[in-house]
Design a protein around this ligand. Sequence first.
Ligand SMILES: NC(=O)C1=CN([C@@H]2O[C@H](COP(=O)(O)OP(=O)(O)OC[C@H]3O[C@@H](n4cnc5c(N)ncnc54)[C@H](O)[C@@H]3O)[C@@H](O)[C@H]2O)C=CC1
Ligand SMILES: O=C(O)C(=O)Cc1ccc(O)cc1
Length: 311
Amino acid sequence: MTQPLFEKIALVGIGLIGSSIARAVKRGNLANKLVISTRSQSTLDRAAELGLGDAYIADAAQAVQDADLVVVSVPVGASGAIAEQIAAALKPGAILTDVGSTKGSVIAQMQPHVPDHVHFIPGHPLAGTEKSGPDAGFADLFEKRWCILTPVPGTDVAALDKLTRFWQALGSNVESMDPDHHDKVLAIVSHLPHIIAYNIVGTADDLETVTESEVIKYSASGFRDFTRLAASDPTMWRDICLHNKEAILEMLARFSEDLASLQRAIRWGDGDKLFDLFTHTRSVRRSIIEAGQEVDLPDFGRHAVPETTQQ
Ligand SMILES: NC(=O)C1=CN([C@@H]2O[C@H](COP(=O)(O)OP(=O)(O)OC[C@H]3O[C@@H](n4cnc5c(N)ncnc54)[C@H](O)[C@@H]3O)[C@@H](O)[C@H]2O)C=CC1
Ligand SMILES: O=C(O)C(=O)Cc1ccc(O)cc1
């Protein structure tokens, strides 16, 4: 049998993403020892009941001792506190990564705590659902999905290569990207759609007092899709909004301008404008379908990925 990729992996946070990683690590035999840590004892107990790891340790600093790979999977607003808590216990040469939906803020929070002898490589799997907690995860979650790594300047090439191989073993297609670029891209393709969903479901819910139960009774599939997104974890999405503020506000401003233009076309009966826009957006959808899951990310004038170093 081939050697596992890592001797010991520690997962800090065992919700949807952490537990999906745990299941995929077990299935792929990617570690000889998988240690799980999380803040709440009841979640840790549930992880043990589900048999997600080999050891369950409430204290994160104790859990990461001797680990070759540490994956932090907590709401982005909590990543700095976790880094501070585990920093002194990290093994020299260990790879420390995360899965947070925002990258600039996570780097700003975690980097100051990371000792020089640890390879800190932030990451973000573009895969998930509206569910949360250890029961919600599944081993296939990352199959054929992108995982974006946002290495900081001076990142060790061998460590980056090893983390890339880890995500590939989980089934992902891996790309490296500048953190600011990541935050702009994700603001439009992920953060705005969720914010729009939270907003439209809130508006419809307000209207419901006027229309009684019609919103629910007649909700067609379009509205149902919004309600799925708007059922996503409130803590996670509060943190994303607070920690990708600039990029989200920039994209919201652009979105509002375009919405005003659409509103004007409807007001003035500009059928050609509506038809042209709807024809164009249909072609976007078709190109996504044709590309399968491996749809390319939008290009905002790609920033260069920082230079890595060979050590
Ligand atoms: N849910 C999704 O679809 C995706 C989420 N992400 C990112 O992954 C990270 C984790 O998300 P999920 O697994 O969905 O969340 P979750 O809510 O399912 O799990 C969060 C985990 O973090 C722990 N936790 C919560 N608050 C904490 C705190 N203040 N200090 C320490 N631990 C804390 C919880 O006990 C739990 O183990 C987030 O940063 C999120 O932005 C990334 C890709 C997809
Ligand atoms: O449920 C959905 O449709 C998602 O888009 C899940 C998701 C949420 C947050 C991320 O950073 C990545 C993926």
